[in-house]
Design a protein around this ligand. Structure first.
Ligand SMILES: NC(=O)c1ccc[n+]([C@@H]2O[C@H](COP(=O)([O-])OP(=O)(O)OC[C@H]3O[C@@H](n4cnc5c(N)ncnc54)[C@H](OP(=O)(O)O)[C@@H]3O)[C@@H](O)[C@H]2O)c1
Length: 348
C-alpha cells in the first residue's frame, strides 16, 4: 500500500505494480470465489476473474434471463454455474452481487453458508451500513470486505478487454482471519481494477448515493432539462438546443476534461466561452449547493436508502420504472437526442 498525495491530501492506494496479478493469484490460490448474481456487476467481475485465472463459480437463480446469459457466457450448469444456495455453500469467498433489494431478500440463505473463515464481499456499502433497515448482519467469524468499481460492470469488462482498468475503492469492515486485507486487494486486482483507493463501507455508500443522485445522473439531467427548456422557450430549435446542451458536452468537451482536466479545457476554448464560463460557474455552484446539502442529509439519515428499499422491493417496480423512463425517453430533448445520435457520421 502506498501513500499518494491527492491535491494536498495523503491517501492509501494500491496499484497493480505493487500488487501484481501473480501475487493476487498466489493469495487466492486455495479459494473458491462464488459470484452471486449475474446482473450488471456479476458478469463483469466473474468474467474478468475467470480470464485472470482464478477459481470462480457463479450462483444465479434458475429460470431467468440472467441464468441464460451466464450459460451464453460459458458458465456450465453443475460445473461452474449453480443455484444461489449451492454456490454459497461451495464458496470460500462469497461475492454478493445481487441487486441491493435482492440482497435483503436472499440474506437468510447466504447467512446459513457463512462458515467461519469465509469471506463475504460486497460492491456497495449499502447492506452493511443500513443494517437496521436491511437486516444484513454477518457473523463475527467471517471477513467482510468491499470492492466498489467506480463504473458500470459493462465498463469494467470492456476496459479489461482493452487492457485498461477501472478504478475501485476497497474497504475492510471485519477482519476475522487476519487475511482480510490481502484477500480484498487480491480480489480488487483480480476483477480488473486499475488501482484501488481506500474507503470504509459508510463513506462508500454515502458518496455513491450522493454522486448518482447528483452530478453523475440526477443533477446533470436536471441541469440539461433547465437549459434545454430555456433555449426552447426563447425560440431556439430542438437541434440547436440539444447540440448546445448535451451533444457538444458529451462528444467534444468531456473527453478533453477526462484527458486533461477542466482548467485545460477552459484554457483551450474560445476566449468568449472562457470568459463566460469563468464568470458563471460560481453562480451555478452557489445555486445548487443547498440542494446538494439537503441531498447529503437525506442520504446520511437513511431516508434515501429506505426509499429505494421500499420502492425497489415492490412487485410492480419494473412497470413503474418503465413509465418513469418513458417520460424521459419521450421528452422532446431525448427524442431529439435519438435523432442527433443517428445523424453522427459514424452511425451513417
Ligand atoms: N450496476 C453497476 O454497474 C454497479 C456499480 C458499482 C456497484 N454496484 C453494486 O453491485 C451490486 C450488484 O449490482 P448490479 O447492478 O449488478 O445488480 P443488478 O443488475 O440489479 O442485479 C441483478 C441480480 O440480482 C438478482 N436478484 C434480484 N432480486 C433477486 C431475488 N429476490 N432473488 C434472487 N436473485 C435476485 C438478479 O437475478 P434475476 O435476473 O434472476 O432477477 C440478478 O442476478 C450492488 O450492490 C450494486 O450496488 C453496481
Amino acid at each position: 500500500m502506498a501513500q499518494i498525495n491527492f491535491g494536498g491530501v495523503e491517501e492509501n492506494v494500491v496499484t497493480r505494480e505493487e500488487f501484481p496479478l501473480k501475487k493476487a493469484l498466489e493469495v487466492l490460490k486455495d479459494e473458491t470465489i462464488a459470484i452471486i448474481g449475474y446482473g450488471v456487476q456479476g458478469p463483469g467481475q466473474s468474467l474478468n476473474l475467470r480470464d485472470n485465472g482464478f477459481n470462480v463459480i457463479v450462483g444465479q437463480r434458475e429460470g431467468s434471463k440472467s441464468w441464460d446469459k451466464a450459460v451464453a457466457d460459458g458458465w456450465v450448469p453443475g460445473k461452474t454455474l449453480f443455484g444461489i444456495e449451492e454456490a454459497a455453500e461451495r464458496a470460500t469467498i462469497i461475492q454478493y452481487l445481487l441487486s441491493d433489494a435482492g440482497q435483503i431478500a436472499v440474506w437468510p440463505v447466504i447467512k446459513k453458508h457463512l462458515a467461519p473463515g469465509k469471506a463475504l464481499y460486497f460492491s456497495h456499502g449499502f447492506g452493511i451500513t443500513y443494517k437496521e433497515r436491511t437486516g444484513i448482519v454477518p457473523p463475527p467469524d467471517v471477513d467482510v470486505i468491499l470492492i466498489a468499481p467506480k463504473g458500470s460492470g459493462t465498463s469494467l469488462r470492456r476496459m479489461f478487454l482493452q487492457g485498461r482498468g477501472l478504478n475501485s475503492s476497497y474497504a475492510v469492515f471485519q477482519d476475522a482471519t487476519g487475511r482480510a486485507f490481502e484477500r480484498v486487494v487480491a480480489l480488487g486486482i483480480g476483477v480488473g481494477s486499475g488501482y484501488l483507493f481506500e474507503t470504509d463501507f459508510k463513506r462508500e455508500v454515502y458518496s455513491d448515493l450522493t454522486g448518482e443522485r447528483g452530478t453523475l445522473m440526477g443533477a446533470i439531467q436536471g441541469i440539461f432539462a433547465a437549459q434545454y427548456d430555456t433555449l426552447r422557450a426563447n425560440g431556439h430549435t430542438p437541434s440547436e438546443a440539444f447540440n448546445e446542451t448535451v451533444e457538444e458536452l458529451t462528444q467534444s468537451l468531456m473527453p478533453l476534461v477526462a484527458e486533461n482536466g477542466m482548467d485545460w479545457m477552459y484554457a483551450n476554448c474560445s476566449t468568449t466561452a472562457q470568459r463566460g464560463a469563468l464568470d458563471w460557474w460560481k453562480k451555478f455552484r452557489d445555486a445548487t449547493k443547498p440542494v446538494f446539502e439537503e441531498l447529503y442529509k437525506e442520504v446520511a439519515a437513511g431516508n434515501e436508502a429506505q426509499r429505494s428499499i421500499d420502492l425497489n422491493s415492490k412487485p410492480d417496480y419494473r412497470e413503474k420504472l418503465d413509465d418513469e423512463l418513458r417520460e424521459m425517453r419521450e421528452s422532446e430533448m431525448w427524442q431529439t437526442g435519438a435523432v442527433v445520435r443517428k445523424l453522427r457520421p459514424e452511425n451513417n
